[in-house]
Ligand binder design. Structure first.
Ligand SMILES: [Zn+2]
Ligand SMILES: [Zn+2]
Ligand SMILES: [Zn+2]
Length: 155
């Protein structure tokens, strides 16, 4: 869900993987096998995943130990290049479903099941950026997370 004037694409499945690969290559980074594995593992989660969750799952699926530190470095790269978003209140990560397009995403996280979704509303986050700058801050980045119950848990 997005409120914009520009053409905004949310991706899923193979299209998301391809959009992520393009965005990473565009930023001058290589799309390696390990980076793809971390990305695919992260994309399987509809709840924010930590570097430890991903390292555990990859260690199992690859049959050899993957160090959380190397996963953490890749996640950090993904955040810098707009492929993933960090969910501060969960201390974990989600894939960014619009890797070609930068927004201050507003996340909604369910208190009950932990599932996370997101909306983009540049009027809301733009107002926050402006308020931060008015208060004398530079390099202002809104971190907006809404907690509540998802529609399934609210039933
Ligand atoms: Zn957009
Ligand atoms: Zn977004
Ligand atoms: Zn829920």
């Amino acid at each position: 869900m997005a409120i914009h004037a520009h053409a905004h694409h949310e991706h899923a499945g193979d299209a998301l993987l391809e959009a992520a690969r393009l965005a990473l290559v565009d930023s001058g980074e290589q799309w390696t096998g390990m980076r793809q594995s971390v990305y695919e593992e992260l994309a399987r989660h509809d709840k924010p995943a930590s570097a430890y969750d991903i390292a555990d799952n990859l260690s199992r699926s690859r049959g050899k130990r993957v160090a959380p530190n190397s996963v953490y470095r890749i996640l950090d790269l993904f955040v810098r290049t707009n492929l993933a978003k960090r969910i501060e209140s969960a201390n974990a990560y989600l894939v960014n479903t619009h890797p070609g397009c930068r927004h201050d995403c507003i996340f909604l996280i369910c208190d009950d099941c932990g599932k996370a979704t997101h909306i983009d509303d540049d009027r809301v986050t733009g107002a926050l950026r402006e308020a931060g700058r008015d208060a004398g801050f530079t390099d202002v980045r809104p971190v907006v997370e809404l907690r509540g119950l998802c529609d399934e848990c609210a039933e």
